[in-house]
Write a protein that binds this ligand. Sequence first.
Ligand SMILES: NC(=O)c1ccc[n+]([C@@H]2O[C@H](COP(=O)([O-])OP(=O)(O)OC[C@H]3O[C@@H](n4cnc5c(N)ncnc54)[C@H](OP(=O)(O)O)[C@@H]3O)[C@@H](O)[C@H]2O)c1
Length: 317
Amino acid sequence: MLSKDSKVYIAGHNGMVGSACWRALSDAGYTNLIGKSSKELDLRNQSDVQDFLADERPYAIIDAAAKVGGILANNTYPYEFLMDNMLIQNNLIRSAHELDVQKFIFLGSSCIYPKFAPQPLKEEYLLTGPLEPTNEWYAIAKISGVKLIEAMRKEYHRDYVSLMPTNLYGPGDNFDLKSSHVLPAMIRKFFEARLNNNSSVELWGSGSPMREFLHVDDLGHAVLFALQNQLKYGLYNVGTGKDLTIKELAKMIQKITDHKGEIIWDSSKPDGTPRKLLNTELLLNEGWKYTVDLQEGIKKTYDWFIENQSELKMLSF
Ligand SMILES: NC(=O)c1ccc[n+]([C@@H]2O[C@H](COP(=O)([O-])OP(=O)(O)OC[C@H]3O[C@@H](n4cnc5c(N)ncnc54)[C@H](OP(=O)(O)O)[C@@H]3O)[C@@H](O)[C@H]2O)c1
């Protein structure tokens, strides 16, 4: 039985998602959380993973460890994106099963769904069409993780589950303009432009694509929910179920950062897919719902960015 002193291993606990899981669990009173950096334990190494877990014997594992990156990184290192991610999750899932770990929560992303699947994306659309080619290496690794979890449930009746979050934002985000996602990139651009006498901000594309955003602390709470409840299915989307245009997002961030300059849309740059929204009914029916409103979440993230600017990784002002 899970209790507040059950040992829970959060793989990738220094990352944006792993640290949000850590916050959610410790705020909820879990006192026996363990984590290891990639330097202390390389999860690609099966015997090291096996030894560590055999020593620690956690009750539950949350797998928030992954090699992540944008289009450029995926295109440049397809082998590492496929191999490293498969190794990390395979090692953890195999040892968890062999050592009788009671709960396993596997984290992936919405890129597992086919490029042309109907919107909002339902869990049942998995493997119904071709993937977006720019991140298929990463997506295929994550799909194999989802399938391993499904196989564990089917064959061994394990209480293991996969959670697929939508676009995340919040504390610990990456603000490096070369590799960041749209929301943190906008926060940084508007902030810098305001400091620079409200100079204009140039943004990619037409601003018309629609996107969904979830505060990473909401994901932390979804992970806590999955830990504390026995869920009916093996795969759940995690999102708000609501989207907005990139133009609306830009206006919101412009207001929050108090930027008074012009926004220039560079329509020579690609828009990407017109809409990407998760259908979140399955998890809603289990009783979980997000709580952080987008505007409030961006405001909190902006405050965090201001407080932590000097320490942010790869941030060259
Ligand atoms: N960020 C998003 O918008 C988003 C959206 C949807 C889904 N997700 C999913 O959430 C998960 C985590 O993403 P994130 O954004 O938190 O990434 P992140 O900030 O880059 O964190 C990834 C973590 O994985 C660990 N790691 C990587 N390779 C490792 C290895 N070989 N051995 C041990 N640890 C290793 C890293 O540990 P060290 O720091 O110690 O090196 C790091 O803490 C991924 O599965 C991702 O698909 C993220």
